[in-house]
Design a protein around this ligand. Structure first.
Ligand SMILES: Nc1ncnc2c1ncn2[C@@H]1O[C@H](COP(=O)(O)OP(=O)(O)OP(=O)(O)O)[C@@H](O)[C@H]1O
Ligand SMILES: [Mg+2]
Length: 307
């Protein structure tokens, strides 16, 4: 049954080569004691070399936080992150900077943060470039590919929001990274420019085997990816492959039911989980008749002393 196949595939249990990205029970809590926000609540994620993965999820679900961890820009509250075989929390700042320079290209959500404002678009790309093999795209080719070749000599600060986003993608790809991390690289782009950017990502993925993790709200983008990973409330709830959506069982056994089942199974519902009796791998969740939400059997928990 597919549930088993997906589970093994998802966990990369049989994959011999080390994945490019591996998060194990990654937890991130922002803030100070008393006003914490648990942004990531135990993320298990593997991305294999050459995969293109879209990170989906509602606003505030933890997508950017996860991407920042993959870029080595945050320290986990708990759990580990491996990128290109190295556990990020064991690296010092110089080693992390080196990893970002050589192996990981990053496009942050606010494109302006990726740029040197008073330097031309072309020099922004050149600034991060190191010695590369001849096959890599040149700075001019990169700017052309994202559709801002004619703006090569304009200062980055004088580019529009969408043009900055496209420049940020060109910069992130300039070093032919093993892993490209892009946080909504097309949120300010019209359909045509967005298409150019995604076509470029697909092109570098095909030509150079670049592994790509891209956060997006755009279904036109996620549909072009090999796999989608959906985050809700800091957990991976679903994965999409081959046009189909699957739920992902967490390491604590939890499953995030799709929102469209909320009416059938509201929060607090009592369910009976019954293995399928035909021997195939799977369970049926049956709501216990008559159970109203939050109407759990009272074992004295709610009774005040003396009542
Ligand atoms: N620096 C911070 N300090 C405190 N809380 C934060 C900080 N950054 C993010 N958060 C909180 O962490 C949670 C996850 O935020 P994150 O930015 O990762 O979400 P997101 O999925 O990227 O959302 P969006 O789609 O709006 O970009 C949210 O509740 C957010 O308010
Ligand atoms: Mg975000």
């Amino acid at each position: 049954m597919t549930a088993i196949d997906i589970d093994l595939d998802y966990a990369g249990a049989q994959a011999a080569p080390e994945p490019v990205v591996r998060c194990d029970n990654l937890v991130h809590v922002y803030g100070v004691p008393g006003s914490e926000v648990a942004a990531l609540r135990g993320i298990d994620l593997q991305v294999r070399a050459g995969e293109m993965v879209a990170l989906l999820g509602p606003s505030g679900s933890g997508k950017s936080t996860l991407l920042w961890h993959l870029a080595g820009l945050l320290q986990p509250t708990a759990g580990t992150v491996h990128v290109c075989g190295r556990q990020l929390s064991t690296l010092n700042n110089r080693q992390l900077a080196d990893l970002r320079k050589r192996d990981v290209g990053v496009v942050l959500q606010n494109a302006g943060r990726n740029l040197l404002p008073y330097v031309s678009a072309l020099d922004n790309v050149r600034a991060v470039r190191r010695e590369l093999t001849a096959e890599a795209l040149t700075p001019h080719e990169l700017l052309d590919a994202v559709g801002i070749g004619s703006l090569a000599h304009r200062a980055a600060a004088r580019l529009s929001g969408g043009e900055k986003q496209r420049l940020a993608v060109a910069i992130a790809l300039a070093n032919l990274p093993t892993l490209l991390l892009a946080d909504e690289p097309n949120s300010q782009l019209d359909a045509a420019s967005s298409h150019d950017v995604i076509a470029l990502l697909r092109d570098v993925n095909t030509r150079f085997g670049t592994t790509i993790v891209v956060v997006t709200h755009d279904t036109a983008v996620s549909e072009t990816m090999d796999r989608t990973v959906s985050i809700r409330d800091g957990r991976i709830g679903a994965a999409g492959m081959g046009g189909e959506q699957f739920l992902v069982v967490g390491r604590d056994g939890s499953v995030q039911l799709p929102a469209e089942l909320n009416d059938l199974l509201p929060s607090g519902s009592l369910l009976r989980a019954e293995p399928l009796d035909d021997g195939s791998a799977g369970v049926i969740l049956r709501r216990v008749d008559g159970a109203a939400p939050n109407d759990a059997p009272d074992h004295g928990r709610h009774r005040r002393p003396g009542t």
